[in-house]
Design a protein around this ligand. Structure first.
Ligand code: ZN
Length: 630
């Protein structure tokens, strides 16, 4: 969480970090005017539209819209968590993340002074050695060959072998008490009720599981063929939850598949690691697998960071359909506009492993391309439960759809789905979702006043009072929007924080007078308090807030070719805009004064005014007269 690391530390960190240097280390940048450019690392393109601004300490792609700070870049490009990104930047800036905030990391990746990640690397090496050298390795090698796996693919996935026996690993790596304890903590050893410690994985092909940084955090083990299935010895066995391994967030094969996912512009989620490896054997490298759990929201979040297109592969049988439905329910809240989720149902008795062997790479890719889109799967499944040829059937469908639609994030996708369900059930859309769709934040036009409440509504969803979805916008690319003066002030403040003092003249104005002005006050205060604040410093304050994406857009809004503006020109723009806000404020005050005056006059006619009221009436009259004469 953003709040856990002291803000002043983040400010200082961004101060000492140069986003141009940082990104240049990953993607070579070329100077272009005041900025730097490159072909976007987040979407495929031939002409560079990825721009990095040294003054704003901010990057932006005009092609795909990604943008952010140095911290965001590491999170997006290198798939780091927030804290990790901060720690990485801190270590290259020669800073140490403050101690007190570290107590918030419950993760203890050390045991008995042994680094668990390093230990797991040793374990991986041990199993790989067994596959090459152990006396019984032939059985394992024969199994892999039988499954059609080449030595090359086995190597690429780091496959290993845990021989039959209770203590191969323990004898090799757990020969001291601390080492044994550390191996127990990683789940590689286990202990029975009598306290006997032994190897968890025995007589299995070992699949190392990597986290998003490529570190081995756990293993999956596929038992070698047995004559009879043995109780207590499942076909697939995974590492248990440990301080470094969380099944609910890790996906098998994701680290290795990153490049292929980008290239294929999509990811395929299968059920087992054998499927991932078998697909890779046939040249399909963009598959990942969950680790014996259903797909979680965390999985989806991870995957959507890599690609907007997720295809789930399931068996076509009833269990497969039920699992698919669960995945759909988990996907709905995670999906944003631009995301696509599809479902590939394989014929009965087939899994990706057997299927790809039958139809080959191209055949399988075709199946993936023809997978059922989420909306279709959703509607088809609902229609199976309710007969839409009957009035009560349509009512039932509406009732089933409602909680699902309510889970979805506001946006075009939701709107379109609501409309589809509405037309199927012949029920008004407003009956299906509690609230009308909000205006997407891109439509910052003057005709749609900015009504989310910056100051008081932090953490909650922004509210749009008159928000009405303009359907025409669905087909059109977002137009460069014109901004209300307050939004423009926020935008200019974000882009030129050094001129924060210009906004102090707005200080007497409150949110009740000019809506949204509190955000200007807040940003001004932040810019004032931080030494050399940049766009990035200001934006990092609001990471995780519901309106953060609006701020990002405003930080990027182009005011008359803002990149080319001299500081003097920027100042002129800021002052002209502030004058507009003061105008707006004056108009509001004038209207209020006139209203108050009218009330007093009415009261005077009814029975006279107190002395105090008379004074007030006089003052108001003067104020109004002044307003009109100036
Ligand atoms: Zn891009």
């Amino acid at each position: 969480m953003a709040g856990r690391i002291p803000q002043h530390f983040i400010d200082e960190l961004l101060n000492r970090t140069d986003v141009v240097d940082l990104i240049d280390g990953f993607v070579p940048l070329k100077k272009a005017g005041a900025n730097y450019k490159a072909c976007c690392p987040f979407h495929g393109e031939k002409t560079p539209s990825f721009t990095v601004s040294p003054t704003k300490q901010f990057y932006h792609c005009f092609g795909c819209g990604v943008n952010g700070t140095a911290i965001s870049f590491l999170m997006e490009y290198d798939h780091m968590e927030f804290r990790e990104a901060v720690e990485t930047l801190a270590s290259s800036a020669g800073m140490e993340v403050p101690q007190e905030s570290q107590s918030f990391t419950p993760k203890n990746t050390q045991s008995q002074g042994i680094d668990l990640y390093q230990l797991m690397q040793q374990v991986e090496g041990f199993y790989q050695t067994q596959l090459r050298q152990h006396a019984t390795k032939d059985e394992a090698v024969a199994y892999l060959k039988k499954r059609g796996l080449s030595g090359d693919v086995a190597k690429r996935f780091g496959l290993g072998f845990s021989p039959e026996g209770w203590s191969h690993l323990m004898d090799s790596l757990g020969d001291t008490a601390p080492a044994q304890k550390a191996l127990l903590d990683t789940g590689m050893l286990t202990k029975n009720e009598k306290g006997r410690v032994y190897d968890r994985f025995r007589n299995r092909i070992m699949f190392p599981i990597h986290d998003h940084r490529g570190r081995v955090v756990g293993f999956g083990g596929r038992v070698l063929e047995q004559a009879e299935p043995q109780p207590g010895n499942p076909k697939y066995l995974n590492s248990p939850e440990t301080p470094i391994f969380h099944k609910g967030s890790e996906l098998y094969g994701l680290y290795a598949a990153r490049g292929a996912i980008k290239e294929a512009e999509g990811v395929l989620v299968v059920e087992g690691y054998m499927d991932v490896v078998a697909l890779a054997q046939e040249g399909i490298n963009n598959a990942v697998a969950t680790l014996g759990t259903a797909t979680t929201a965390m999985h989806l979040q991870r995957l959507f960071r890599h690609t907007p297109n997720i295809t789930f592969s399931f068996d076509g049988d009833r269990a497969g359909r039920a699992a698919a439905w669960k995945a759909l329910e988990t996907s709905l809240p995670a999906m944003q506009d631009g995301h696509q989720v599809s479902f590939l149902f394989l014929p009965d008795g087939e899994d990706p492993d057997t299927m790809v062997k039958k139809v080959g790479k191209e055949g399988f890719e075709k199946l993936v391309q023809e997978a059922m889109p989420m909306p279709e799967f959703l509607l088809e499944s609902l229609k199976q439960q309710a007969d839409i040829n009957r009035l009560d059937g349509r009512a039932k469908l509406g009732k089933l759809a409602k909680p699902l639609l309510e889970k979805m994030q506001t946006g075009v996708l939701k709107t379109l789905l609501v409309e589809r369900v509405a037309s199927l059930t012949q029920v008004a859309s407003s009956e299906l979702v509690a609230q009308p769709a909000k205006v997407p934040a891109t439509n910052d036009s003057e005709s749609q006043p900015w009504t989310n409440d910056w100051g008081q509504n932090k953490g909650g969803q922004g509210r749009w009072k008159k928000g009405k979805w303009n359907k025409r916008q669905v087909e059109q690319a977002p137009r460069p929007a014109s901004l209300t003066p307050v939004r423009r002030a926020v935008s200019l403040l974000l882009q030129f924080p050094k001129f924060h003092a210009e906004y102090s003249m707005l200080a007497p104005i409150s949110d009740t007078q000019v809506r949204g002005i509190e955000m200007v006050h807040e940003l001004r205060a932040v810019a004032e308090s931080v030494d050399k604040a940049t766009t990035a410093t200001l934006l990092e304050r609001y990471r995780g807030e519901s309106f953060a994406s609006t701020l990002l857009k405003l930080a990027n809004h182009h005011h008359n070719n803002i990149e080319e503006l001299s500081e003097d020109e920027a100042l002129t723009l800021i002052r002209a805009n502030n004058a507009k806000i003061i105008d707006e404020f004056n108009q509001v005050e004038l209207a209020r004064a006139e209203q108050a005056l009218e009330n007093l006059t009415r009261k005077a006619n009814l029975g006279g005014l107190s002395e105090q009221e008379l004074e007030r009436q006089q003052a108001l009259k003067e104020y109004v007269r002044n307003c009109y004469s100036s």
